[in-house]
Design a protein around this ligand. Structure first.
Ligand code: MEV
Length: 425
């Protein structure tokens, strides 16, 4: 079984880190899954998008210490922001002290939308669609025989009447489609396009848009963790103080959209990093997350934090999670393939459960820092390295300049340039 706890990982050389991963991985992960730098070739890149001239690389860090539903997982994270990977790994360690994360998903059902205009009578058209529901579902079901064989396919139809002041009322059909381990956009869009002429015949209306909705609120992922109050104490901060500070910070996000946006951004630091590492569509995940956060009519926190009867801290996160492990870049991009193998995920639901747990841990990292010493201290040393590089430091000088910036408490490019001049490098 994989052991996601490797102490001192950050101190190892890059090669030794890869060896340590291999040694601690579940034995069924083959060595071909070894991640390598810049592994997307020019040819592969050219086949993915148009007008390719280069690839744009991001660092791939490993989130450590994760135990999710009793299973240890290494979590590959593609991200440019310092402190995210270190923060999430530390919080996963705290959560581990409480048994790790418990995560679940709903069925992988996506929603396709079909807009029908120019209808004489909305209620009649709605009834006509429902009367033909079975036939319509059979047609939609037939578009992807492979998906069907794997247990996916069309599940249901819903018809909504939408009132609109500029173009008048129209109908929107929601096609509910189980996409199994795919992200699902292709299957759903194809099915919606296939239904269009049939819906026109049935209703006498004109079908306009036919497209998947990124508010995939039927495809949800949920994570929960309990952090023992003692595990929260550090330096001069008592565990109770940290716990209550986190609950108060959550109350702020719950009540105020300005804070909720930043709070949720912190969650997405973790979520997006894994979504990107696995070649999934992070714009879709972002769009779905924020729309879901506003679904009550007021934008609010995606997570909750509270104290349980034992005095421990309980966190939950619930959000749409339309990710796949087959198709698109997840299959074509070699790093995405390596990332999926490294995690040892066999289904898209398992991947979704990991991602939502990472989001919750990332949220905890931010709230713990904000509720105690503030965010800047932890950010400083890595940020200082970036500032040193921006000022022209190279190789070993980077560490030297960064240390001096942190020691003097001024992490700015002009200061870094001054340090470089002083050190004569
Ligand atoms: C920074 O990338 C993320 C935070 O702003 C999140 C938060 O404020 O909760 C630290």
């Amino acid at each position: 079984m994989t052991n996601s706890r490797i102490s001192g990982f950050y101190k190892l050389s890059l090669d030794d880190r890869l060896d340590a991963l291999a040694q601690n991985l579940n034995a069924d992960v083959d060595s071909a899954s070894r991640v390598t730098f810049g592994s997307l070739t020019a040819q592969e890149a050219s086949q993915m998008v148009e007008n390719v001239v280069a690839t744009h690389n991001l660092p791939l860090g490993i989130g450590l210490n994760f135990k999710i539903n009793g299973v240890d997982r290494f979590v590959p994270m593609a991200i440019e922001e310092p402190s995210v990977v270190a923060g999430v790994s530390f919080m996963a360690k705290l959560a581990r002290a409480g048994g790790g994360f418990t995560a679940t998903t709903s069925a992988p059902e996506m929603i396709g939308q079909i807009q029908i205009l120019d209808l004489e009578d909305m209620d009649v058209a709605k009834k006509e669609i429902y009367e033909n529901q079975e036939e319509l579902l059979t047609i939609a079901d037939g578009v992807d025989p492979i998906l069907k064989k794997l247990g996916g396919g069309a599940r249901d139809l819903e018809v909504h009447i939408i009132e609109n002041s500029s173009i008048g009322a129209f109908l929107v059909v929601h096609l509910i489609y189980d996409v199994r381990d795919a992200m699902g956009a292709n299957a759903v869009n194809t099915a919606c396009e296939k239904l269009a002429p049939h819906l026109e015949t049935i209703t006498g209306g004109r079908v306009h848009l036919k497209i998947l909705s990124n508010l995939s609120d039927r495809r949800m992922a949920r994570a929960r963790c309990v952090i023992p109050v003692d595990a929260l104490k550090f330096d001069n901060y008592a565990g109770e103080l940290v716990r209550d500070g986190i609950v108060e910070a959550y109350a702020f996000a719950e009540a105020d959209p300005y804070r909720a946006t930043t709070h949720n951004k912190g969650i997405m630091n973790g979520v997006d990093a894994v979504v990107i590492a696995t070649g999934n569509d992070w714009r879709a995940i972002e769009a779905g997350a924020h729309a879901f956060a506003a679904q009550s009519g007021r934008y609010t926190s995606l997570s909750t934090w509270s104290k349980n009867e034992d005095g421990n801290l309980v966190g939950t996160l619930e959000m749409p999670m339309a990710v796949g492990i087959v198709g698109g870049a997840t299959k074509v991009h070699p790093t995405a393939q390596a990332a999926l193998k490294l995690m040892g995920v066999k289904t898209a639901s398992e991947l979704a459960e990991i991602i939502v747990s990472v989001g919750l841990a990332q949220n905890l990292a931010a709230l713990r820092a904000l509720a105690t010493e503030g965010i800047q201290r932890g950010h400083m040393s890595l940020h200082a390295r970036q500032v040193a590089i921006a000022a022209g430091a190279k190789g070993e000088q980077v560490e030297q300049v960064a240390n001096k910036l942190v020691a003097e408490g001024v992490v700015r490019v002009d200061k870094a340039e001054e340090v470089i001049r002083e050190l004569g490098i």
